[in-house]
Design a protein around this ligand. Structure first.
Ligand SMILES: [Zn+2]
Length: 407
C-alpha cells in the first residue's frame, strides 16, 4: 500500500500529526534497521485502523536530516524527496516546534516516541497529558505497527531547564548533539575580544558576560565574529532564579566574589528588584534589601537581611527559618522563600547564555512607596512560624496543566 494517498496536503484536513523522523528511526518497530521508510507506511495503516477509517489523513512533519539519512536506501530517499516536492510532507530543520504548534492550534493527536521535555514550559498541557499523544508500537504479530495512547511524563523542572539549555547551546555551536556534548573548555575560561571597546568581551565586560559563540573550532565574539583570546580561567558562576507564584520571573548569574542583593527595591549595583512582580499586598512585606547572595567555593550562599525573615524549604526535611546574619549554602532542590510564593532557587541551567535571560515583564517605574520602609508582617493567628509554607514542594508551584481535549 502506498501511504502517499494518506499523506494530507494541509494540516487542517488531517486526522493525525506524525513526527516522521522519530517514527522512521524507531528501530523497535520492525527489522531493527536504523531508519526504514516502511515504518511510515505501516504507521499510516495502523492509524487508519485506530480511527476505523480507511481514508484517515496523516500530516507528516519531517526533520530535514532524514532526507539525507545514510541509513535510508537511495530509493527511500528519492520517495521522501518526491513527497516533499509534492507537498505531502512538510520538511523543516526541526520538526518538534511545528508539530506542537499544530497540535496546540488544531487540537490534533501527535504520533511520536519523543517526550518533548524542552516544550513543557511553553505548553503546560503536555506533562501528564493522556489524550494527545500516540505511541507507535510493534503489532501483536510482530510484523506490523500499532498505536497506543500515551501518558506524557511529568518531568522535574530542573530537567526541563537543562533540556532547554542544550537547545540554546546547540544554536550557538556550544553543544554537539552527536559528539562530545557541551564544549566545557569554552565555559571554563574567560575570553577577550580583539575589537576595541567590545561591549561583551572587552576589558570592562562583566564577568557574567554572555557565552561566546563557537564556529570553525574556535570561540568567537557573537557581535564581532572575531576569534576570542583566552584570558585565563573563568571565575566560578552560579545561576539562580526568581519565581513568583510559580512563574519564572528572572534568572541571574552570581560570580565568585560578587555580592548580589535581592529585595523589593535594593540599592546599588548587583541588585535584583522584585517590586514589578509583587502584588500590592505583598510588596511592603518584602524588605528593600531582603537577601544577600554570594558565591564561595563554587556554591551559592544566601543570608537574610530582612525585617520579616525568610524560610528555606527542603525536599526531604522540615523547612528552616533563615536566621539573620547566618549564611546558608543553597543546594539543588532547596528554595528560599521570602514570602509565600516569592522564591529564590538555583537554576537547573549550568551555563550563562545571557546576563539575564528570564521572561521579564516590562518594568513599571518604581513608585515612592516602593522605597518606603518595610511593613512588619502581622503575627500569624494560626501560630505558624514566619514564612508560612505552601505549595507542593521545590519542584512545584505550578500544577502540571492538563488540557481537556475533544476527541
Ligand atoms: Zn566583540
Amino acid at each position: 500500500m502506498d501511504p502517499g494517498r494518506q499523506l494530507a496536503l494541509d494540516a487542517g484536513g488531517a486526522d493525525f500529526l506524525v513526527d516522521t523522523a522519530n517514527v522512521v528511526r524507531a528501530t523497535e518497530l520492525t527489522d531493527g534497521r536504523p531508519a526504514h521508510l516502511e515504518r511510515l507506511t505501516l504507521l499510516c495503516e495502523a492509524l487508519a485502523g485506530f480511527a476505523r477509517d480507511e481514508s484517515a489523513q496523516v500530516y507528516a512533519v519531517v526533520d530535514r536530516t532524514l532526507l539525507s539519512d545514510p541509513h535510508l536506501s537511495p530509493a527511500e530517499r528519492a520517495t521522501l524527496a518526491r513527497w516533499a516536492a509534492e507537498g505531502r510532507v512538510e520538511v523543516l530543520p526541526w520538526a518538534d516546534p511545528r508539530l506542537l504548534e499544530l497540535a496546540h492550534a488544531l487540537d490534533m493527536p501527535v504520533v511520536s516516541r519523543d517526550n518533548y521535555v524542552d516544550f513543557h514550559r511553553r505548553y503546560p498541557w503536555i506533562p501528564g497529558n493522556t489524550d494527545t499523544f500516540l505511541l507507535p508500537v510493534p503489532d501483536a504479530g510482530g510484523r506490523g505497527v500499532a498505536v497506543v495512547p500515551r501518558i506524557m511524563p511529568v518531568v522535574e523542572e530542573a530537567r526541563i531547564s537543562l533540556k532547554e539549555e542544550q537547545n540554546e547551546l546547540h544554536a550557538v555551536g556550544l553543544h554537539d548533539r552527536r559528539g562530545s556534548g557541551v564544549r566545557e573548555r569554552v565555559f571554563r575560561r574567560s575570553w577577550h575580544c580583539p575589537e576595541p571597546g567590545c561591549r561583551l568581551f572587552g576589558p570592562d565586560a562583566r564577568a557574567a558576560a554572555p557565552m561566546p559563540g563557537y564556529r570553525q573550532g574556535v570561540p568567537r565574539c557573537p557581535e564581532h565574529a572575531a576569534p576570542l583570546a583566552d584570558a585565563g580561567p573563568a571565575p566560578a558562576r552560579v545561576l539562580a532564579k526568581i519565581r513568583v507564584d510559580g512563574v519564572l520571573r528572572t534568572r541571574f548569574t552570581v560570580v565568585e566574589g560578587d555580592l548580589v542583593t535581592v529585595g523589593r527595591f535594593p540599592d546599588g549595583p548587583g541588585r535584583i528588584a522584585l517590586f514589578p512582580w509583587l502584588e500590592e499586598g505583598v510588596r511592603r512585606l518584602i524588605s528593600r534589601d531582603h537577601l544577600r547572595v554570594t558565591v564561595r567555593g563554587g556554591a551559592l550562599r544566601v543570608s537574610d537581611t530582612s525585617h520579616n525573615g525568610s524560610t528555606v524549604r527542603r525536599r526531604d526535611a522540615p523547612p528552616v527559618p533563615l536566621r539573620p546574619g547566618r549564611e546558608w549554602t543553597l543546594r539543588p532542590g532547596q528554595v528560599v522563600e521570602l514570602y509565600e510564593g516569592v522564591e529564590l532557587l538555583l537554576s537547573g541551567r549550568r551555563y550563562t547564555l545571557a546576563p539575564d535571560d528570564g521572561e521579564r515583564d516590562p518594568h513599571p517605574p518604581p513608585r515612592p512607596e516602593d522605597s518606603a520602609p518595610t511593613m512588619l508582617r502581622p503575627p500569624d493567628p494560626a501560630g505558624g512560624a514566619s514564612g508560612g509554607i505552601r505549595g507542593p514542594g521545590p519542584g512545584g508551584g505550578r500544577k502540571p496543566g492538563r488540557r481537556r481535549r475533544r476527541r
